[in-house]
Design a protein around this ligand. Structure first.
Ligand code: BGC
Length: 813
């Protein structure tokens, strides 16, 4: 069936923008190709191109274009079809065997929940490569997803022996050879680093193959930069631990990603902010201004190569070492240029508020800027900058008073030792020479200490007073029904395939039933449905597809039988949604306007399909490259994460009555035992790294909802954490929306090292709604209310927020 006009137009927007999400790690000038020609195409991602990761971030679009098909559509002849055939067969057989073992090792529904998301490492194979072509392309793919982490084994983070052998052989045999990375995160490319052309294509949604063809032919120029450091396997997670099922110690504190590499002198394979394209640029600082707390740098960017392209200008600051230790540098601002023709130049301003460089002083419960010299570095990669100015702050200032509320992690954060810092400085000493930096004074008087008002009086809406105890509890618990769909992110009774909705029982009393649907790579809905007696019914397998592979044999057969086919005379409705690039790829664009335009596209589809809350953006920090859900998340850097989340929020919420849901709040940086793992993190690292992006997005774009995470933080469930929800999110960041939990699944959570979140404690902490909702959560809350472990007044205050949000969303103009 032909795509509808909105699908075509949305896919065009994605296709036009996505090259900006890609970048070359290596180029030797032998690409682009001038015209379609015969190519020898190999690799796991050539035919089985990965559009995005697995789990709730999946999108049911109408069709997808693989790299093989994309190239054929563009007029290329694929000479290696027998290889692609043979590989597909080999892969299917390997997967069948692997799945059977997985099901055997993880029996029952609980086993399914554990096995869900497990990723099969790429198999080794032996297939001839002797196909002709004017160029050869090897597409290396890796998938990852919800429920399972990556690991440094061959076929996952490390290359298989086959991949290394074939990539090196093709590189040696062909004059024009490109290694294409169809991965959501880094793979250790140490053994193939000498390959002349390495494109990080990433996972760009349903149009990935067409976008690649555009790049290969030079119709589009990669314009992205790494938003996360690209390490070798040997340097992954050197300090803190990762993946422990019960307790993960974030010992590295604030030294995450480039903050670690830059401060220790350890070189990754490619640094944060790095990226090449078909052209080259020069970046120079023209002026630096200080006006009160606001610092602005004017940069001149020139296209010095022979293709049109866009550049990402980056401004880093080295904060002086004082009482608080500081990383070598942190990103303070970035800007994307417009497209520049060869030889053209432009000027861009980069600005930041000095207060945003403040560090959290846990002992004194305050954000401070210590006196000293703040060094500004401008460039187009974190290792390619020039010192442009020293900003002198003559006195230490307290920017904001706060409260230390996140609990004790039980250790002192790691810091680089003197030798490591010295090694880092020696390495950095080799940075580019440039004109002498200017020295400017920032007046201490520009900073007036802000005070936060905690525990503000919250009012109660009159309409909430009249609710019975049962009704009040219903508002605080998502709509629940019996059956499997309620716990696998398919619980909505209003929109087919949406993740959930709030209660339906109070509509007559003016509380509309609001619908939530997943993201972040677009809207996750069922492709087709019919109107059933109790609401929409999915046609086909979309609602169970995520899980059915992992089910034991008989249950799998049942799900096939249960697949809904349209009855006689029933009208089939379509809900084809557009798949946009994964979060990591969006961040690589460093283009906030472009990302906002994709948010606009999602908002448009929310209107079309009657979805109120999008369960996105997801902005957890890439703490380790091993996190299985990193592809959904943006970056290792909180500024990039916050700015991207704010951009997409603006795009979605420009549609009246449509809301985003920032997730997962917070310190949700691993998937292993995700329902019951305890993240141990210091107050300073939480605030400067893991919460900062949420704060940026809340302040800049006023998102209407936040989802708490599954993990615990310093021994307490984040959904039950008053410090996180009420003190930091609401009082400090000024969040005015509603807080929902992640999808609590008792069947999977019971029996873990910690008891599952408790609906009474959630409501007491200021959480508004337990999702997707269950009879158990409801009974527990009602019991709490009757027995006095939660007050009616607390529930009324939470209900007031729900009521007012419903009013805002339903009053669509
Ligand atoms: C995921 C969330 C998602 C929810 C609803 C959970 O398992 O962690 O990101 O929004 O399911 O599908």
């Amino acid at each position: 069936m032909k795509a509808e006009a909105y699908e075509r137009s949305h896919n065009r927007i994605v296709r036009h923008f996505a090259p900006e999400c890609t970048l070359f790690l290596k180029t030797d000038g032998r690409f682009p190709l001038k015209a379609p020609c015969p190519v020898a195409l190999f690799g796991s991602g050539a035919r089985q191109t990965i559009r995005g990761g697995t789990g709730s971030g999946e999108v049911n679009s109408r069709a997808s274009v693989s790299i093989e098909r994309g190239l054929m559509k563009a007029g290329f002849t694929i000479t290696s079809s027998p290889w692609l055939e043979a590989y597909a067969e080999l892969l299917a057989a390997a997967r069948k065997k692997w799945m059977a073992r997985l099901r055997k090792d993880h029996p029952g529904i609980k086993g399914m929940m554990q096995a869900f998301g497990s990723i099969m490492p790429e198999p080794e194979y032996n297939l001839p490569l002797n196909y002709p072509g004017e160029a050869a392309i090897y597409v290396l793919s890796r998938i990852s997803g919800e429920g399972s982490d990556r690991s440094c084994v061959k076929g996952d983070v490390c290359l298989t022996d086959t991949e290394v052998r074939d990539i090196l052989a093709l590189n040696a045999r062909f004059d024009r050879f490109m290694l294409v990375l169809n991965t959501g995160g880094p793979v250790d490319l140490s053994p193939v680093r000498d390959v002349g052309n390495i494109l990080l294509l990433s996972q760009l949604g349903a149009m990935t193959g067409l976008i690649f063809a555009d790049i290969l032919l030079g119709r589009a120029n990669p314009g992205g930069k790494l938003a996360t450091t690209w390490p070798a396997a040997a340097t992954v997670d050197p300090v803190g631990d990762f993946g422990d099922p019960d307790k993960t110690h974030y010992r590295e504190g604030i030294y995450v990603g480039y903050r670690y590499y830059d401060s220790t002198g350890i070189k990754p394979l490619w640094p944060f902010g790095f990226g090449l394209s078909y052209t080259s640029f020069s970046v120079a600082a023209l002026e630096t201004h200080v006006s009160g707390r606001l610092v602005s740098v004017l940069a001149k960017v020139s296209n010095t190569g022979s293709y049109a392209g866009k550049e990402v200008v980056q401004l880093y600051v080295s904060v002086p070492q004082g009482r608080l230790d500081q990383p070598y540098q942190s990103l303070a601002a970035f800007a994307k240029t417009p497209e520049l023709a060869p030889g053209a130049d432009c000027r861009v301003w980069l600005s930041f508020d000095m207060a945003d460089l403040a560090s959290y002083d846990t002992e004194n419960e305050a954000w401070i800027l210590e006196k000293g010299s703040y060094r500004l570095r401008l460039g187009n990669a974190s290792d390619h900058t020039q010192v442009t100015a020293d900003l002198i702050l003559e006195e230490t200032v307290t920017v904001r008073k706060a409260k230390t509320v996140l609990g004790d992690c039980g250790f002192k954060d790691w810091q680089p030792n003197i030798a490591q810092r010295a090694a880092a400085l020696t390495l950095k000493g080799q940075a580019q020479p440039g004109p002498a930096p200017v020295s400017l004074t920032v007046p201490a008087a520009a900073f007036v200490t802000e005070n936060v008002f905690y525990d503000r009086e919250e009012d109660v809406d009159a309409s909430v007073h009249d609710l019975t105890d049962e009704e009040l509890c219903k508002l605080n618990i998502g709509a629940f029904s019996k059956g499997v769909l309620s716990f696998i992110g398919n619980a909505s009774q209003r929109v087919a395939g949406a993740a959930g909705n709030f209660t339906r029982d109070l509509e007559k009393k003016g509380f509309p039933c609001l619908v939530t649907a997943d993201g972040p790579a677009g809207l996750r809905l069922s492709r087709q449905y019919v109107d059933g007696k109790n609401g929409p019914e999915t046609i086909g397998n979309d609602s169970l597809a995520l899980f059915s592979d992992f089910l034991p044999g008989p249950a799998r057969a049942l799900t096939k039988l249960a697949m809904r086919r349209p009855g006689k005379g029933q009208v089939v409705h379509n809900q084809y949604c557009t798949m946009i690039p994964i979060g990591t790829a969006l961040a690589q664009s460093f283009n906030t306007d472009g990302v906002a335009a994709l948010g606009d596209l999602v908002g448009d589809e929310m209107e079309r399909f009657h979805v109120d809350f999008w369960l996105a953006p997801a902005l957890n920090i890439h703490r380790s490259i091993l996190c299985g859900r990193n592809f959904e998340y943006y970056s290792e850097d909180p500024l990039v994460s916050g700015k991207m989340a704010a951009a997409i929020t603006r795009g979605v919420q420009a549609h009246a009555g449509r809301a985003v849901t920032l997730k997962h709040f917070a310190a949700n940086n691993q998937e292993n035992n995700r329902y019951s793992s305890n993240s141990l993190v210091s107050e300073r690292a939480m605030r400067e790294i893991y919460l900062k992006g949420f704060g940026i997005c809340v302040r800049e774009a006023r998102p209407r909802a936040v989802m708490t995470s599954y993990n615990l933080l310093n021994g307490r469930h984040t959904s039950e954490h008053k410090g996180l929800i009420s003190d930091i999110l609401r009082s400090e960041f000024g969040f005015e929306g509603i807080v929902m939990t992640d999808w609590i699944i008792h069947i999977a959570m019971d029996g873990g090292a910690y008891p599952p979140p408790d609906s009474v404690k959630i409501a007491a902490a200021g959480g508004d709604v337990v999702m997707p909702g269950s009879q158990q959560d409801f009974d527990n809350l009602l019991k709490g209310l009757k027995e006095g472990t939660i007050s009616r007044s607390r529930l009324e205050k939470n209900a007031t927020r729900m009521y007012r949000m419903a009013g805002i969303l339903k009053n669509r103009k």
